[in-house]
Design a protein around this ligand. Structure first.
Ligand SMILES: Nc1nc2c(c(=O)[nH]1)N[C@@H](CN(C=O)c1ccc(C(=O)N[C@@H](CCC(=O)O)C(=O)O)cc1)CN2
Length: 287
């Protein structure tokens, strides 16, 4: 079992150490989170981000806007935060209400403050495998930290990513390819039988579809590493992933649970990225 909670604690502790070093130089990393509407899950995630920031030594502010907020109003706040020297990192909680164009908002954030790594400039750098520092989406980056923790060789092995969102699938594809894996990107149009054929060959399977229990033990190769990015709340209130844990766990060499796997890494990695942006934006090199 890959224990996301414990690994997230280590990432947060490292971010706190680095934030402390910056504080000694008079630099306090600043994170601004914009939440539009009242989605209950988003409210919890935003609250947890603010709590994590406090623990790590990041100065965070949450801007809560009503569901009827216009796109222009969100863009105006982003423009204001782009100009604010105390803000190193800007995050707009996803999903936004349907009347707001999420891509337009993501593109309005300065690439140097784009803590989610969703700006096309940062996605392009990742996809092109450019050198130098740029923010990378926190969930897939957190998945790479989890894979590192298994201490296995990825180089030359086969991976499949199921789901092609900007939040997870696309950057995940690039990160695994950058680790010299042979990567397949599957999505909703991949026929079910073809998907099974591909997952049965894969050494690493990353599932981010939002379909509860999509992948079962029968879909997996013996000894595979299974990373479940799905977070699905069932009618009874329980939380399950996209992987049927009971049948997958006996087949897998490593597997992430839901909850307690990838989820906690998203917020810990957000803290890591915020501190890094503060350092880069102030011209400080972190060890
Ligand atoms: N702008 C962004 N929006 C969203 C992101 C993101 O990275 N940037 N990711 C998700 C939501 N998310 C953070 O924003 C997030 C999701 C889940 C967790 C988490 O810790 N999950 C726990 C379970 C929590 C629960 O009980 O619901 C777990 O898996 O153990 C943290 C952050 C979409 N939006």
């Amino acid at each position: 079992m890959i224990d996301g909670k414990t690994i997230a604690q280590t990432v947060r502790a490292r971010a706190a150490e680095r934030a402390q070093k910056l504080a000694e130089m008079g630099i306090v990393p600043g994170l601004a989170v914009i939440l539009v509407g009242e989605d209950p899950a988003s409210q919890i995630y935003v609250r947890n981000k603010s709590r994590a920031a406090k623990k790590v030594g990041v100065q965070s502010q949450t801007i809560v806007m009503p569901v009827e907020t216009t796109e222009a109003e969100v863009l105006a706040i982003v423009a204001q935060l782009n100009e604010d020297a105390a803000v190193d990192a800007i995050l707009v909680q996803s999903p936004l209400p349907k009347h707001i164009d999420e891509e337009k908002v993501q593109e309005a954030i300065l690439p140097s403050k784009d803590v989610d790594g969703f700006h096309p400039e940062n996605i392009g750098r990742l996809f092109a495998n450019r050198a130098g520092y740029y923010p990378i989406a926190n969930t897939p980056r957190g998945v790479m930290t989890l894979l590192d923790a298994t201490q296995q060789t990825l180089h030359g092995k086969q991976a499949i990513v199921i789901g092609r969102s900007i939040l997870v699938g696309r950057p995940m594809f690039s990160l695994l390819e950058r680790a010299n894996m042979t990567v397949t990107l599957a999505h909703r149009h991949t026929p079910r039988a073809e998907l099974r054929r591909l997952t049965q060959q894969a050494d690493v399977v990353v599932v981010a579809t939002g379909v509860p229990g999509l992948i079962t033990g029968d879909d997996l190769k013996e000894g595979a590493t299974v990373i479940d990015v799905g977070i699905n709340r069932l009618a009874d209130g329980s939380l399950v992933g996209d992987v049927d844990f009971a049948s997958a766990e006996p087949k897998a060499a490593f597997i992430t649970p839901v909850p307690g796997g990838v989820g906690p890494m998203t917020i810990a990695t957000l803290m890591q990225t915020t501190v890094e942006l503060a350092a880069v934006n102030h011209g400080v090199e972190l060890d």
